[in-house]
Structure formats: C-alpha cells, structure tokens
Design a protein around this ligand. Sequence first.
Ligand code: PGA
Length: 244
Amino acid sequence: MSGNWKMYKTPAETIAFFEKFRPLVEKSEHCEIVICPPFTNLAAAVGAVQGSNIRIGAQNIGWAKEGAFTGEISGPMLKAVGVTHTIVGHSERRQYFGETDETVLQRTRAALEFGLSPIVCVGERLEEREGGATEAVLARQFQKGIAELSEQQFAKIVIAYEPVWAIGTGKTATPDIAAGAHRTIRAQVRDKFGKDAADAVRILYGGSVSPENVKALMAQPEIDGVLVGGKSLDALSFASIVNF
Ligand code: PGA
C-alpha cells in the first residue's frame, strides 16, 4: 500500500503526519507500506518511521550516479538518506516534464543498480482509452520499458497501473476496468518472463483511490495493492486505506 505525496508538505508537516500515522498502522502486517514524500522531506520521513513497518520512497530518481544534471537526485543520494523505494515514470512526469519510455527505463535501471525498489508506472490517457488504444499503449510502455529488464531485475520491480484519466480527477477506474488492465499487463509479463514471474509480480492500481473504494478494488484478485495520491496526505484517511 503506497502513498505518493506529490508536491505537498514541509518537513514539519511530514513529522506531524507520521506521529499520527504510525500508531494507526503498527499492527498492519498484511502488507508493505511505502510513502513517497517530496525529496526535501525524505530525511525527516526516514527519521520519523525508524523502527516501524513503514518504508520511505522517492518520487523519482536520476539515471546517473552523479554528474552535471541540474535538478536531479541520484540513487546513491537516496540510499544515503535511508530511502528504499522510488516511483518511476509517473504519468505527471511523462505529461508535464518530458519523461519518455526511454528515460523511464533508464531511471528504472538506475534504481535497480543502486539497490532501490522501483515502482514503475504505466497507464493510458483518456483519449487513448476512448479511442480503444488502451492495450496498445500498455504494450508499448511494457515493450519499451519493463521488457528490456533482465529476469533478475524484473523480479525486483513493482508495477503500478495508473490510468491517467483517473488520477486526481475523482474518477476511479471501476474494479472491473482496473482488473482488466491488470490482466493485460500480467499477460505481457507472462509472455516475456514466464508464468512464475507473472504470478509473483505485484501490480498496484492508482487513480483516485479512497477509503470508500479501496475494498472493492482490493477484492479483485488481480489487484495486489494501491498507489494513492490525494488520500495519502491525511493520516487517518491513508491508514483506513492501508487497513481496508
Ligand atoms: P490520486 O493520485 O490518488 O490523487 O488520483 C494517484 C497517483 O497519481 O499516484
């Protein structure tokens, strides 16, 4: 169960969040919990979850170890702060910041190289879904990204299906729509990496997940977890999602 805070919260707000959130999930052993705050809050977040079952992820990762890449943060820098996961290829990165299938792959490889677990996002835009291109888009993103990984690398990733039209819009994919897309992705995994890999990979759903709809989504056997934006900002709301 993962939270993506996007561009919200200061370090002080981060600490206040975890003071409230920690006790609400300390007995939650049915899942892994990962929260991805902005870079400037990572150190505060790692400090605030020490000794708990909560892990901290970044929202992006630079593809190089270090170098002249203004505005980027590298894997070794994230590791040094105590971060264990990172989102890559979020649709907001693709849509507003020029992220491409190629750079998403580079960032995924960097996460793996530097020992972070990547949460690799895929998903179609509204016009692509309405134009019947969902499967083709998921296939392209898979072929140009995840399919380029080795079997060993693949075993370490988590995939997040995030239909762009459902993110921050209040329009959740119905459990059936989400499960259908998850089946498409799992079939691609099976074709490329085999049945065991397809059974083992965790595929999260993301897009307007809330305390109200999480149960129905998680009731789909295809959906292994969720990536939550807006509703992960409030400790009570995200805890009730985690403890659905
Ligand atoms: P949302 O965001 O839950 O606010 O729709 C999900 C995401 O972008 O990961």
